[in-house]
Design a protein around this ligand. Structure first.
Ligand SMILES: Nc1ncnc2c1ncn2[C@@H]1O[C@H](COP(=O)(O)OP(=O)(O)OP(=O)(O)O)[C@@H](O)[C@H]1O
Ligand SMILES: [Mg+2]
Length: 349
């Protein structure tokens, strides 16, 4: 059994006609950093709140370290929580905010002082321990919230979009910081985000959710390179999806007839047959000028490191990302052929 085990969890809120989380089964190992990723309303916060004990599952069981949690109230689960809005106490200073969880647990004054000091050092706020919350920047408040969650040495750290109030640059810096602290402490962490880049950057594993259902669980690489279905393929990263007919498959590689492109090849690990969808990421596509091309270049966008082409094929637009400067740049209106390496294309089921 995994350290944190969710077994067939269902949550149906009163007055709703379908479950917000449906039959979710997931095991998280000790020390693992797992992200729940999916569009708004897919059930991420609901899942996190059930783990925390803030809401009760309609059915299913949660185990932590082999013990059933169903009847364990929030404060006895020993979990650290950080929310989007931080929920700090504005009238208390930084140190008192961080001390709160320890005081609730009746730790001695000396122990509170020592552990608050350590937690503030960890998030690099030792010098601001006497400041009022409203005298802090967004990033500093975020660190106070993190210190407050970590100071109790939580069994599990639960983070619900903790970075969404920060500007893009600070968000990137903070996510690296959270990850570094998490690695150092080895705290089992569940991180909720709807930002795919964020999830790819920080996670050991990602749980992709849609409408209350888990679509795929895997490492960032598995999710990106081998998405389980169309939803995951289009939600994570940019994707060209082609309709194709599978002719035959040998050694896991299919010969295809792709609409608008003709004969192509793609990885077909599950041995799918008949009509299929083929995924090719824009940077894995090649484009070259040809008299008898597949389509015409419609848009050319130069973005420094690369050039992005929109190529019209029939009534679809195919995205191609080329490394700038490798070859001459194609002009709008150019007639082009599209191609890819078999191992860079994936038959989706
Ligand atoms: N208290 C509630 N009562 C009824 N329905 C709810 C309640 N809370 C959430 N829901 C519904 O459950 C579904 C999942 O909500 P949840 O907050 O878990 O989504 P989320 O993935 O966290 O989305 P977001 O990215 O917008 O935060 C949504 O359809 C939402 O409307
Ligand atoms: Mg949410």
């Amino acid at each position: 059994m995994a350290f944190l085990e969710l077994d067939n969890i269902v949550k149906k809120y009163a007055g709703t006609d379908r479950p917000s989380v449906a039959n979710l089964t997931l095991g998280i190992d000790k020390g693992e950093f797992v992200s729940l990723l999916g569009p708004s309303g897919c059930g991420k916060t609901t899942t996190l709140r059930m783990i925390a004990g803030l809401i009760e599952a309609t059915s299913g069981r949660i185990h932590l370290d082999g013990k059933e949690l169903t009847r364990t109230p929030v404060h006895q689960r020993g979990m650290g929580l950080v929310f989007q809005n931080y929920a700090l106490f504005p009238h208390l200073d930084v140190a008192r905010n961080v001390a709160f969880g320890l005081e609730m647990r009746r730790a001695s004054k000396a122990e509170v002082r020592r552990r608050v000091g350590e937690a503030l050092e960890l998030v690099r706020l030792g010098h601001l321990s006497g400041r009022r919350i409203k005298q802090l920047s967004g990033g500093q408040q975020q660190r106070v919230a993190l210190a407050r969650a970590l100071v109790i040495e939580p069994s599990v750290l639960l983070l619900d979009e903790p970075l969404s109030n920060l500007d893009a640059k600070l968000r990137d810096a903070m996510r690296e910081e959270i990850r570094a602290i998490q690695r150092k402490l080895g705290t089992t962490t569940v991180f909720v985000t709807h930002d795919q880049d964020e999830a790819l950057a920080v996670s050991d594993r990602i749980v992709v959710m849609s409408e209350g259902v888990v679509e795929q669980v895997g490492t960032p690489e598995q999710i990106y390179e081998r998405p389980a279905n169309r939803f995951v393929a289009s939600f994570i990263g940019r994707a060209n999806l082609f309709d194709a007919e599978i002719k035959h498959t040998a050694n896991g590689v299919a010969e295809l007839d792709v609409a608008g492109l003709g004969p192509m090849r793609a990885v077909n690990g599950h041995g799918a047959k008949g009509s299929a969808t083929v995924l090719v990421r824009p940077h894995r596509m090649q484009v070259s000028e040809a008299g008898d091309g597949h389509g015409t270049v419609e848009t050319v966008v130069y973005v420094g490191d690369s050039i992005e082409y929109g190529v019209r094929v029939g009534d679809a637009t195919v995205s191609v990302q080329s490394v700038a400067g490798r070859e001459g740049r194609l002009e709008r209106g150019a007639n082009v052929r599209l191609s890819w390496q078999a191992e860079d294309a994936l038959v989706l089921t």
